[in-house]
Design a protein around this ligand. Structure first.
Ligand SMILES: NC(=O)c1ccc[n+]([C@@H]2O[C@H](COP(=O)([O-])OP(=O)(O)OC[C@H]3O[C@@H](n4cnc5c(N)ncnc54)[C@H](OP(=O)(O)O)[C@@H]3O)[C@@H](O)[C@H]2O)c1
Length: 265
């Protein structure tokens, strides 16, 4: 990994919001940060799944709060930041991980699908930035991290809304990085290829339902699209996120789908 800019302050002062933390990659990230001493606010829509996830994260001894809301709602990010401030302290990092991955041919990709996908992958990270940046600027430190994708770096068939939104997410990270780094705020886009999680299993099941292949064949075809030739695991993505969050390397866009993960800018 590239040279770090500065050591991060002690873990005890880290208050981190992880979105989409009820399962999959987000839950792994929350656990990874918990063992590093972060106080955490976990956000997703399903309150019951969040409570279960919080129990797993709290088992590490970390302080954990949850908030169930839909991040496509424009007011959601500010509400989450207010809850974190009240119960844990002002957020020092946001991990924008919540996501859905609609998949269909372009003829079936509606303006509503595009709007919803952009609201979650681009609108919510912008709303979190708007809510947190004033405090982070005053503190002279902070980190905004986008769980993007190689779909933010290249194109995949039958994913026009998702691929466009992930390019938007990466573009937002680049713009915020240029604007905020002089103020001491680091902004990153982490880009894995296909990861073995609910999103990928659901996509494989959808392909199987259309009779194009078995779910296992579809899953293996997705894995083969990764340059590393296999699925990423949620744990390795979470480890990369935690490393970047703590080391604060100088880059912005981190491509994990390489034998040696690297910053591409
Ligand atoms: N899996 C992959 O192959 C892959 C590859 C590259 C990048 N990524 C990215 O990694 C991130 C996590 O993906 P994953 O594979 O871990 O997915 P996942 O297992 O389906 O988990 C998605 C998480 O996001 C939450 N979420 C979804 N819509 C939400 C909304 N409107 N408001 C609030 N929370 C919402 C879900 O909880 P609720 O449903 O309860 O809200 C859940 O906690 C996504 O941004 C995805 O694009 C995934």
């Amino acid at each position: 990994m590239a040279a770090r800019r500065m050591a991060t302050p002690s873990s005890a002062s880290n208050v981190t919001i992880v979105t989409g933390a009820s399962r999959g990659i987000g839950l792994c990230i929350a656990k990874e940060l918990a063992v590093r001493g972060h106080r955490l606010l976990l956000v997703a829509r399903d309150a019951a799944r969040l409570a279960t996830a919080a129990g797993e994260v709290a088992a590490t001894g970390a302080r954990v709060e949850t908030l169930a809301l839909d991040l496509r709602d424009e007011a959601a990010a500010a509400a989450a930041v207010a809850v974190a401030e009240r119960h844990l302290g002002p957020p020092t990092a946001i991990v924008n991980n919540a996501g859905t991955a609609p998949s269909d041919k372009v003829e079936n990709t509606t303006p509503a699908m595009l709007r919803e996908t952009f609201a979650l992958h681009v609108g919510a990270p912008l709303a979190f930035a708007r809510a947190c940046v004033p405090h982070m600027k005053a503190a002279g430190r902070g980190c905004l991290l986008h769980l993007a994708s190689t779909a933010g770096l290249r194109g995949y068939a039958f994913t026009s809304a998702y691929t466009a939104a992930k390019h938007g997410m990466v573009g937002l990270a680049r713009a915020l990085h240029a604007e905020l780094r002089p103020a001491g705020i680091d902004v990153y886009a982490i880009c894995p290829g296909f990861v073995d999680s609910d999103i990928t299993r659901a996509a494989a099941a959808a392909i199987a339902a259309r009779g194009k292949a078995t779910a296992e064949q579809a899953f293996q075809r997705m894995a083969a699209q990764n340059r590393i030739g296999r699925m990423h695991t949620p744990a390795e993505v979470a480890a990369a996120v935690a490393e970047v969050l703590h080391d604060r390397p100088a880059g912005c866009v981190y491509d994990l789908d390489r034998d040696e993960p690297a910053f591409v800018d």
